[in-house]
Ligand binder design. Structure first.
Ligand code: PLP
Length: 350
């Protein structure tokens, strides 16, 4: 059957516009056929646990779910009682882009903090870490950070360690939204455990979809004392996949070798190339530091509108646009996009 779309066309809207990496697809095909026990009691899910432990340490336990929003809701609900709350950046995906799922589905109170660059710090956490023992205030219990952040920035291992030490001193737990943890680790050239297990993170929402899976994210518990009831919560939140082998085998394919790193490096490298190319176009301003696979830029709205008809992308906050690169973005894609931008800009100046 022929595809209904032109597979040569790329967008710069999100890394989840990309398809499935061929090595992942092959792994799914290899896991097909015959019968396996459903709901996670299968050999692929067992093997997946080992690869997560290889990356995040022996205590790590992974719980595949269907998407990133669910990974966040299940993680945060497993870390909090009903009267407890989650401190996060105002720009955090859980606050801005999940349709209120943490509040509506999870019943989780978010305590938000404005940040200049999407990153929390111990000082910024303190703006919401107060009122302990006051029955009138939702009790702060978890600090949730994202790496990479929603503004394309990357927390270093030292920054995360400082957050974890501060949070733990206050009796708080740390959750990391690692929808793009692979990109963060590749950007810093460190193992993923340096940004998580070794820094003191308690629970991760680990991203697979944006780095080459068809679908699938995982709640990864690093500190077993930090989370309770995930077995039950995953089902309650409708995230227990009956044919789990097909989610688990994708993680195995992503993480058993260096596929995650190759994919993340490419996406990051293409974002650097894109930033350089668009930065050379007169009138276009790269608005934020390009630390991983996102480029934020400011350009005239009419140009953005015309360019969007040729390559999809989203408007972001503060009148900026966001351009994302994926594991399958090529040099040619980037150059074609930059050339189209230059063309549309010169139209405006005429
Ligand atoms: C930082 C971050 N967290 C979580 C998610 C949620 O993922 P999903 O769209 O799979 O629910 C996204 C998706 O864009 C994201 O960027």
């Amino acid at each position: 059957m022929n595809p209904r779309h032109d597979p040569r066309l790329k967008a710069f809207a999100s890394d989840n516009y990309a398809g499935v990496h061929p090595e992942i697809l092959q792994a799914v095909v290899a896991a097909n056929g015959g019968h396996q026990t459903s709901y996670g009691d299968d050999v692929y899910t067992e093997a997946m646990q080992e690869v997560f432990q290889k990356h995040f340490g022996e205590r790590a336990q992974a719980w595949p779910v269907f998407n990133g929003t669910a990974a966040n809701v299940v993680s945060l609900r497993s870390m909090t009682a009903q009267w407890e709350a989650v401190i996060c950046a105002e720009s955090a995906h859980i606050n801005t882009d999940e349709g209120g799922a943490p509040e509506v589905a999870g019943g989780i109170k978010l305590l938000t903090v404005p940040t200049p660059d999407g990153k929390l710090t111990p000082e910024l956490i303190d703006r919401q870490a107060w009122g302990f023992g006051d029955v009138h205030r939702a009790q702060p219990k978890v600090v949730s950070i994202s790496n990479t952040t929603e503004l394309g920035t990357v927390y270093t291992a030292a920054e995360i360690a400082a957050i974890c030490a501060h949070a733990h001193d206050l009796g708080l737990l740390v959750h990391l939204d690692g929808s793009r943890l692979t990109n963060a680790a590749a950007a810093l050239d460190v193992p993923m455990r340096a940004l998580t297990t070794d820094a003191g993170v308690d629970v991760i929402s680990f991203g697979g979809t944006k780095i080459g899976l068809m679908y699938g994210e995982a709640v990864v518990v690093l500190n077993p004392d930090a989370a309770t009831g995930i077995d039950y919560l995953r089902k309650t939140f409708m995230q227990l996949s009956s044919k789990m082998r097909f989610v688990s085998v994708q993680f195995e394919a992503l993480l058993s070798g260096d596929l995650w790193l190759r994919n993340a490096r490419r996406a990051n490298e293409m974002a650097r190339r894109l930033a350089e190319a668009v930065g050379r176009v007169p009138g276009v301003r790269v608005a934020r530091a390009v630390e991983a696979n996102a480029v934020f830029a400011a350009l005239p709205p009419d140009v953005a509108e015309r360019l969007r008809k040729r390559f999809r992308f989203y408007d972001w906050t503060d009148g900026e646009v966001r351009w994302m690169c994926a594991f399958d973005t090529t040099e040619e894609d980037v150059d074609a996009f930059a050339a189209a931008l230059a063309e549309e800009m010169s139209d405006t100046r005429r």
